[in-house]
Design a protein around this ligand. Structure first.
Ligand code: SF4
Ligand code: F3S
Length: 111
């Protein structure tokens, strides 16, 4: 089992999650984070910390594609362990459905 970051993170990227992860398994893209499924220890601590409710356990249902996406990009993007400022327009994107098709960026987060 693992927890995964899902659609709701895109363009919100609040990063409260990275501060609480005991094994530092978050990875940063340009406009969202991913969890490395093989590093996550399923503690569940990050789930309630996300203001966008973007973090889900893989047993939540229909999570297979998100687990795969988290696995792929966690291996491409840099590790992130400290919270940075969220995007200025993060609140405007909070709660918007289906952001992945139009707004997901494959680019890594800025160092
Ligand atoms: Fe880290 Fe625990 Fe969240 Fe997994 S469930 S990403 S180990 S805080
Ligand atoms: Fe994304 Fe929520 Fe973390 S919006 S960056 S999963 S706190």
């Amino acid at each position: 089992m693992t927890y995964v970051v899902t659609d709701a993170c895109i363009r919100c990227k609040y990063m409260d999650c990275v501060e609480v992860c005991p094994v530092d398994c978050f990875y940063e893209g340009e406009n969202m984070l991913m969890i490395h499924p093989d590093e996550c220890i399923d503690c569940g601590v990050c789930e309630p910390e996300c203001p966008a409710e973007a973090i889900k356990p893989d047993i939540a249902g229909d999570m297979e594609s998100w687990v795969e996406l988290n696995r792929v990009y966690a291996q491409k993007w840099p590790n992130i362990t400290r919270k940075k400022p969220a995007p200025a327009d993060a609140d405007e994107w909070k709660g918007k459905p289906n952001k992945y098709p139009e707004h997901f960026s494959e680019k890594p987060g800025a160092k």
